[in-house]
Design a protein around this ligand. Structure first.
Ligand code: FES
Length: 107
């Protein structure tokens, strides 16, 4: 029985190592990241600069680069690392449960 507040958002096999996977939870766009070494992270998927999906960008060294104007965000903390983005992205708790990726539903 999953913990209250957690929902299955993808299978572990859906997000290859080094890849980003977009999911929708309610009205939120979420990006799931599989970092080298088996670490999974989740952030909101929409850039804080203008409208672009970070899941269309490039994941490297624990950072996602926006495909539109190349702002970079740390996927562990959500911190905006360079212009033109000035606002951090939200991060969400994610965990592996058996073969499933579970996301803690934001309040
Ligand atoms: S929309 Fe992401 S950097 Fe401009």
């Amino acid at each position: 029985m999953p913990d209250a507040g957690w929902v299955r958002v993808a299978g572990v096999a859906d997000v290859g190592e080094g890849q980003v996977h977009a999911v929708r939870v309610g009205d939120r766009e979420i990006a799931l990241y599989h970092l080298p070494g088996g670490e999974f992270r989740a952030t909101e998927n929409v850039c804080t600069h203008e409208y672009a999906l970070l899941s269309d960008g490039w994941l490297e060294d624990g950072c996602i680069e926006c495909p539109l104007h190349a702002a970079r965000f740390d996927v562990r903390t959500g911190k905006a690392l360079c212009a033109p983005a000035e606002t951090d992205i939200k991060v969400f708790e994610v965990k592996v449960e058996n073969a499933d990726l579970m996301l803690k539903v934001p309040a």
